[in-house]
Unconditional design. Sequence first.
Length: 131
Amino acid sequence: MNAMHITPISTPNAPAAAGHYVQAITHAGLVYVSGQLPVAPDGSHHPEADFETQARQAIHNLIAVAAAAGASVEDLLKVTVYIVDVANWPRFNAVYAQMLGNVRPARSVVPVPELHYGYLVEIDAIAACKA
């Protein structure tokens, strides 16, 4: 495999990677977006925000990172969502449907006991990229 075709993606429109990873990687026409917490693009944390606000910010971060790789919402292929408390599933689904409109990529929703910084949602994705 030629590493020249693996490209890290970074954008100031989403929070910087806070660990040993990048916001996304492109390879072979796909973009792999790392898990996006509802951290503001400037890196500020608001874990006290209500669930819907957190969901919107996490989705916004995902869209911003995908866009930096040349992918749009319409290019999303697979989305994985991690939510604290399965009771939040319908609330996430409502925000997700509002933000993605008619776009319906494959999706998994995984209930988890907790997430980093006390957040309630994290989302990652694979998308086709044009860049």
